[in-house]
Design a protein around this ligand. Structure first.
Ligand code: IMP
Length: 429
């Protein structure tokens, strides 16, 4: 049975929500494998609106939902989200929700550090979501994290707390802050532990069972490839690997399980937070894209930066993530432009590049080389077949797929599930 891995192929916010919801409604299990509650999407089912940050999208429809070991978990954020959704009538119990017992925790000290660093960085700040994501991943690779399974052994955690607090107290002192209040932290963990532990298990094992039974698994990526800690616009990235390969390591199933890689690609480009953005438009065109595309962050409410489609970056993301096919979203935001532009290369100090260089200074300095196309005056919103699209919009889609060297699997033409042109069904591929 085919599985599907969904990833964002730009800087996040590509419109993964709708595509993931549609796929989740046809999956037997949905797995989050990286990131944390820095992600966010809004689900509309009937007359109800659900806001998810941490829970996999399948939860709303009762599909088995799994948080893998690659996620960093804020237990209080989890509880708040579970309570909010339960209040809306969503049933969440150990039958339909499982949490990796080897998942590292985000603690209040991580959120503190995230905020302290960002405040101290001035103009050089990353523009994080302030959720403690980076510091929690640092502690994971630094081998001092408290993990979900530790919540069952809080009386035996002295040595781990020593390591963790020695590290954080030194950093806090540098910011003129008091040491970590160990007693308060321990008391908070004791209080939250039973709630978290009811869902904790070796999820790699549960996934093996599900897989052997022939289930369809959907791996739900968060953020986007250009925010990947290795392949993104470092250091202006998140602290996890957002590429498709993480679906394997972040869930405990091997790479052969990850199946069709669906890259979500917005018909133009946006970015939230700091960092280079070659096709960014600070003129009225950028403003128009932002207004028409409702480009405000789901988690932080920040205004997103907007620009023309960058085929160089997207081709690179698709290659790095082994994208099988893309879902092109928000094409209707380009409706009504006389001319549309696509970035097809960069100029850097007299040289032409067909890729995005790794060095931050080069990334900031590249100048986009544009190809201009005629726009279209009809509307693409709500189109459900190629015949519904203006001819020039089809030309745009064809040019995008040619330039990124990756086929279009589907085109999404509005937030409604049915407003989709399906070329290849990822689950049946
Ligand atoms: P962090 O993940 O909170 O550490 O933030 C690091 C960078 O990733 C910042 O530029 C954030 O704006 C960006 N970021 C994190 N999560 C998302 C997301 O879900 N969508 C878009 N950008 C994100």
């Amino acid at each position: 049975m085919a599985n599907v891995t969904v990833i964002g192929a730009q800087w996040g916010d590509e419109g993964k929500g709708k595509i993931v919801d549609w796929l989740a409604s046809r999956a037997d299990a949905v797995v989050r494998f990286q990131g944390g509650h820095n992600a966010g999407h809004t689900l509309v089912v009937g007359d109800q609106t659900y806001k998810l940050s941490l829970l996999p999208s399948g939860i709303v429809t009762g599909t088995l939902s799994i948080i893998g070991n690659g996620v960093v978990l804020d237990p209080w954020a989890l509880k708040a989200e579970v309570e909010k959704l339960s209040g809306q009538g969503v049933k969440i119990n150990p039958d339909n929700f499982a949490l990796a017992d080897n998942c590292p925790l985000i603690l209040p000290l991580h959120r503190d550090l995230d905020g302290l660093r960002e405040s101290a960085a001035g103009a050089g700040k990353i523009g994080t979501t302030g959720r403690g994501i980076g510091p929690a991943y640092e502690d994971k690779v630094g081998r001092r994290a408290i993990r979900v399974c530790d919540l069952a052994h809080l009386d035996a955690l002295d040595a781990q707390f020593d390591r963790l607090c020695a590290h954080h107290d030194a950093l806090r002192a540098g910011f003129g802050q008091k040491p970590v209040d160990r007693e308060a932290l321990l008391a908070d963990l004791r209080e939250i532990a039973p709630f978290v532990l009811q869902f904790a298990q070796p999820v790699w094992k549960r996934l093996q069972t599900v897989r052997k039974a022939g289930a369809r698994i959907l791996f739900e990526g968060a953020q986007g490839v250009l925010l990947d800690v290795d392949h993104g616009t470092y250091p202006f990235v998140t602290s996890s690997n957002t590429v498709s390969g993480t679906a394997a390591s972040g869930s405990g199933l091997g790479p052969s399980a990850t199946g069709f890689v669906l890259g979500i690609v917005k018909a133009y480009t946006t970015r939230v937070g700091s960092g280079p953005f070659p096709t960014e438009l600070s003129d009225e065109v950028g403003q128009r894209l932002g207004e028409r595309g409702h480009e405000f962050g789901t988690v932080t409410g920040r205004k997103r930066r907007c620009g023309w489609f960058d085929a160089v970056l997207t081709r690179q993301s698709c290659a790095i993530s082994g994208v099988t096919g893309i879902a092109l979203t928000k094409l209707d935001v380009l409706d009504g432009f006389d001319k549309v532009k696509i970035c097809t290369g960069y100029r850097l100090r007299g040289k032409v590049l067909d890729y995005y260089p790794a060095h931050a200074a080069d990334q900031a300095e590249v100048e986009p080389i544009y190809e201009e196309m005629d726009g279209w005056h009809g509307t693409t919103a709500g189109a459900r077949s190629w015949a519904d699209l203006p001819a020039q919009a089809i030309k745009y889609i064809q040019r995008v797929q040619e330039l990124i060297e990756t086929p279009v699997a589907l085109v999404s033409t509005s937030p409604e599930r049915e407003d989709t042109i399906l070329v290849r069904d990822p689950f049946l591929d």
